[in-house]
Design a protein around this ligand. Structure first.
Ligand code: PMP
Length: 361
């Protein structure tokens, strides 16, 4: 085939975790514990389930392409205006919309080593050059990222907290970085996990928007709001950038059920609080167990922990799978000795720890 964009040939297909049912069939096990995709372990909010059920009668109609009600809810919840909002089919969709809006052949996007894998994917798919900056202690080296800016740089992708390392940066480091970035460079602050890190010294992007006209903050309903299956996220930026993103966005990119569910999820504050509390307790439970087993891990402020096994992690991943516990190997991130485990319920965490104890010592 004739490819006009040679970047497409460099793409590695995204490796998503297999569905639990498929693994159960493959392994002949009944109770698989899936701690592989940073999903919310407590199940959906009952209010969300009711909202989705109420939408079933309307399946023959297209969704509201402009997401009027959801934008109203988001605007009042986060003290922004609807003109600052772009809705996405998950936040991955928004990352791709940003790339399609600002990148093409001859331009560059900067991201960190061990940064989220979708950044190189969307960059190369647009024919742009990806510039990967070495990490510092597994996290973003913001100074080095600012040093990497050239006159071809159009976008810098930052994940805070970062997946797959769970690292974050401080307010002071972010301000120092932003002071060095020209307004012509778009900064994407990917806050897929920010709800878990609300109480620490780290930038909350929505509070930074008035200071930086070149900032785009992306958020998702897939993690703390528990709606990964429905695919819904949002970007917040100034109205000029938002207008551009909404021109590039596909019409009807967020389904009506997803819009209804997201509205209901925003109304259920107690669910969000329970999620964050379960996660904090799970982090404590897991790190105590890992310390006891003398397994090294990267301290995390998100809903997962990345373990450093100091040896090829793939056999341990396979052995855990045979114990019915699925975690995420990280060789595609250049971390072949690490495994990422999503923080689960107390019972799921116990299953993981027992399996790890059995297969790794
Ligand atoms: N950003 C980061 C850092 C992520 O880890 C993820 C999920 N793996 C996403 C964005 C995308 O999530 P979604 O498309 O479900 O919103």
């Amino acid at each position: 085939v004739a490819l006009s964009n040679p970047g497409v040939q460099l793409l590695q297909p995204y490796q998503a975790g297999k569905p639990v049912e498929e693994l159960e069939r493959e392994l002949g096990l009944d109770e698989i514990v899936k701690l592989a995709s940073n999903e919310n372990p407590i199940g959906p909010s009952p209010q969300v389930v009711a909202a989705v059920e109420s939408g079933l009668a309307g399946l023959t109609r297209y969704p509201d392409s402009n997401g009027f009600s959801l934008k109203q809810r988001l605007a009042s919840r986060f003290a922004v205006s609807p003109q600052q909002l772009t809705l996405g089919n998950g936040s991955n969709d928004l990352l791709e919309i940003v790339a399609r809006t600002f990148l093409r052949e001859g331009t560059e996007a900067i991201y960190s080593q061990y940064g989220f894998i979708v950044y190189p994917l969307v960059t190369r798919a647009c024919g742009a050059q990806g510039v990967e900056v070495p990490a510092q202690e597994y996290g973003h080296d913001l100074q080095a990222m600012a040093d990497a800016i050239t006159d071809k740089t159009r976008v810098i992708f930052l994940a805070n907290p970062n997946n797959p390392t769970g690292t974050h940066f401080s307010n002071q480091a972010f301000d120092a970085f932003m002071a060095r970035v020209p307004d012509s460079v778009i900064i994407v602050l990917d806050e897929a996990y920010s709800e878990y890190a609300a109480a620490i010294d780290t930038p909350q992007g929505l509070q930074q928007l008035s200071r930086y006209p070149n900032l785009i903050v992306t958020r998702t309903f897939s993690k703390a709001y528990g709606l990964a299956a429905l695919r819904v996220g949002f970007a917040v930026a100034n109205p000029v950038i938002t207008d551009l993103l909404n021109r590039v966005r596909q019409p009807f990119n967020v389904s009506s059920l997803a819009q209804l569910a997201a509205c209901a999820a925003l109304d259920d504050e107690a669910y969000l609080q329970r999620t964050v509390a379960v996660n904090a307790a799970g982090y404590q439970q897991l790190t105590v167990a890992l310390d006891a087993l003398q397994v090294d891990y990267i301290p995390s402020v998100a809903n997962f922990i990345t373990l450093d096994l100091k040896q090829d992690a793939l056999p341990v991943y396979q052995a855990l799978l045979h114990e019915g516990v699925i975690v995420r190997p990280l060789a595609v991130y250049g971390l072949p000795r690490h495994l990422r485990v999503t923080i689960g319920t107390e019972a799921e965490n116990l299953r993981f720890v027992a399996a790890l104890k059995k297969v790794y010592s």
